[in-house]
Design a protein. Structure first.
Lengths: 75, 236
């Protein structure tokens, strides 16, 4: 596995942490902030948004399960 | 990466579950536009943003058409983006383009049949439980078999006092009464009038007879309620 600077991993961790923090805040203060599912619902109301979201889902699945795939529980 | 993927999918599942949870009568705060959208989706029988189910085979046709069009368009869109990225940004090594097209096609070949099987199983389970198409499991509208038995209107004192909609063809339905109950209620009305005659029973006392309630017993259900059965079966 390639070695990368630690700051890169920390940046990804901060991004995902912010995403889940925002989602938690939106769920706790229902109505005042759009949740992730609410945002996706708005996107899916548009055909092009639906296609783009499906393409994103395909892209994620391709990266996670096809490109450089290895058994999930491998040490 | 797999853990992140699972976390995102879990968050999406929780959000979907929250959307499908039956809502109580308490008012929900939030922007008026979002509340109106949610209300419209509730009336349509599903979460906002999803197309309301159409009746019968049309529902399946629309579902298949929408799933196929979304899958094909998404596949082509991703192919275009990946191709553009490969030629314009970075020439990634390792059969990048070939893997992009064949790998995502493999995902589609797995996901689409799985989606079709899951949809078919869900519909089959719903039909076995007797829920009308499009209704939510555990939703605020109970299934017809869970409703208590109600005697026909006008057979008990205190019923048929004029508060209910008197014209059977008016298209309105008593709140809380299921669609499955309507034909039996109408049949009971017809048979009770046929046996008792129009001038017997508490509903025919002076001052209690509703205008338009006196019907000939020879009328059929479809004449009494034109279009009601069709509407009642597919209404949401």
């Amino acid at each position: 596995m390639a070695q990368h600077p630690l700051i890169g991993y920390l940046a990804w961790a901060a991004l995902f942490g912010a995403l889940f923090a925002w989602e938690g805040l939106a769920l706790a203060r229902a109505g005042s902030l759009p949740t992730l599912s609410g945002t996706f619902r708005v996107i899916m109301g548009n055909p092009f948004g639906r296609w783009a979201l499906f393409a994103l889902w395909l892209w994620a699945g391709w990266h996670f399960f096809i490109r450089g795939w290895h058994f999930l529980l491998r040490a | 990466m797999a853990a992140g993927y699972l976390l995102v999918m879990a968050a999406l599942a929780i959000g979907l579950r929250r959307l499908r949870r039956p809502r109580g009568p308490a008012p929900r705060p939030g922007p008026a536009r979002e509340r109106a959208r949610a209300r419209a989706a509730e009336q349509a029988g599903g979460p906002a943003g999803l197309a309301p189910p159409a009746p019968g085979p049309l529902r399946w046709t629309r579902l298949i058409r929408q799933a196929l069009s979304t899958a094909i368009a998404g596949y082509l869109l991703l192919g275009a983006v990946v191709t553009g990225y490969y030629y314009a940004v970075a020439r990634v090594a390792g059969q990048f383009l070939q893997s992009a097209f064949t790998g995502t096609a493999l995902l589609l070949a797995i996901a689409l049949p799985a989606f079709a099987i899951a949809s078919g199983l869900t519909e089959w389970r719903r039909r076995r439980r007797g829920r009308p198409p499009g209704s939510r499991p555990g939703g605020d509208r109970p299934a017809a078999r869970h409703l208590p038995h109600r005697p026909a209107r006008g057979l008990l004192p205190g019923r048929g006092t004029g508060d209910e909609p008197s014209s059977p063809g008016s298209g309105s339905r008593t709140p809380g009464r299921s669609a499955a109950e309507e034909p039996s209620r109408l049949a009971a009305d017809v048979s009770s009038h046929a046996h008792r005659g129009p001038a017997s029973g508490p509903a025919s006392e002076p001052g209690r007879r509703r205008p338009g309630h006196h019907r000939s017993p020879n009328l059929t259900l479809s004449q009494l309620a034109p279009g009601r059965h069709r509407r009642a079966r597919f209404s949401h």
